[in-house]
Design a protein around this ligand. Structure first.
Ligand code: PRT
Ligand code: ZN
Length: 286
């Protein structure tokens, strides 16, 4: 009774904006004042703990928070007893090994005996052990990219998204050892009441994600092209078809996936569809 779901979120950093946006799109409102470490949801049985991302897996494992939003890289590095409840698809990046760009890369075995600087010693060690390579791992907490140029290490292992930081520091990416995105993690043994709240939140998150991935489409079709156009529109079940004042035409409504959006639009035009309207979907309940 009167359970409250305690949700750990990065206070300020690369995960924060998307995390807060997702929570708000799920219809959960809260006041997030500057300097505040805790925020109460006003219309959902939840409380937010605003933390550094590195602390989130530990807080969830210890039960201080019930769930949390964190990069999968941090979850894997901390090695705490938590599990992924859902993948969130934002803050995508990769953990890669990089070496000075003028050096020849001789494969992972070529790293044998080298000094590698990283903030991710655990993931790196695991990768090297899998490849039967022994290297000297130097753990540093930031500015990993400058380590080779100041003579601290011969290679680095750091997060990469666009690759421009590596490029600026005269490095080249030679191995990707881990791919990451933001994940919703949970404590392993949540009591029933909290689990029910988590499931309620997950249902909303999935509806928001489905809506983001799909668009609502309306178009006019000549009656003799209905079958052809219908085959191009998968829809949730099948497209809705409505009569128009002009008896030779109908209006067709459906949902299309963002991934094949332009291909479908071109095929629809080719099949004789006209007046195509595409509208964002706010929530999509499957
Ligand atoms: O203060 P706090 O401890 O909470 O935050 P933080 O500074 O430790 O982390 P933050 O906010 O920088 O990143 C949080 C999470 O965002 C990471 O754990 C990743 O899951 C994710 N993420 C996604 C990234 C990047 N992309 C990213 N590009 N985290 C860091 N980077 C850095 C990287 O370390 C490197 O310095 O960006 C640089 C490389 O970027 P490109 O675009 O030049 O390749
Ligand atoms: Zn951090």
């Amino acid at each position: 009774m009167n359970d409250i779901l305690r949700i750990a979120v990065q206070k300020s950093g690369r995960l924060s904006e998307d995390s807060f946006a997702l929570i708000r799109e799920c219809g959960v409102d809260f006041q997030n004042g500057i300097g505040q470490l805790k925020a109460q949801a006003t219309n959902f049985a939840a409380e937010f703990l605003l933390l550094r991302d590195d602390d989130i897996p530990g807080y969830v494992a210890d039960g201080v928070a019930d769930i949390g939003i964190v990069g999968e890289n941090v979850m894997a590095e901390k090695g705490k007893n938590v599990e992924i409840a859902h993948r969130l698809g934002f803050s995508k990046c990769r953990l890669s090994i990089a070496i000075p760009k003028n050096e020849e890369y001789r494969g992972v075995k070529g790293l044998e005996g080298k000094n590698i600087a990283t903030s991710y010693p655990r993931i790196l060690q695991h990768y090297l052990a899998e490849n039967k390579v022994t290297a000297d791992i130097h753990e540093i907490s930031g500015s990993v990219e400058i380590a080779p140029s100041i003579g601290l290490a011969e290679a680095i292992c750091d997060l990469v998204s666009s690759g421009s930081t590596l490029f600026t520091n005269g490095l080249k990416e030679v191995e990707t050892i881990f791919r990451s995105e933001a994940v919703l993690i949970k404590q392993k043994n949540l009591p029933e009441g909290k689990l029910a709240l988590l499931n309620k939140l997950l249902f909303r998150i999935k509806s928001v994600q489905n809506a983001r991935k799909n668009k609502y489409i309306l178009l006019n079709a000549p009656k003799d092209k209905i079958e052809e156009i219908r085959n191009l529109l998968p829809g949730m079940r099948s497209p809705s078809i409505m009569e128009l004042a002009d008896k030779n035409w109908v209006s067709m409504h459906s949902v299309i996936n963002e991934n094949d959006f332009w291909d479908v639009i071109e095929a629809l035009r080719g099949a004789g569809a006209e007046g195509i309207l595409v509208i964002p979907i706010e929530k999509m309940i499957l």
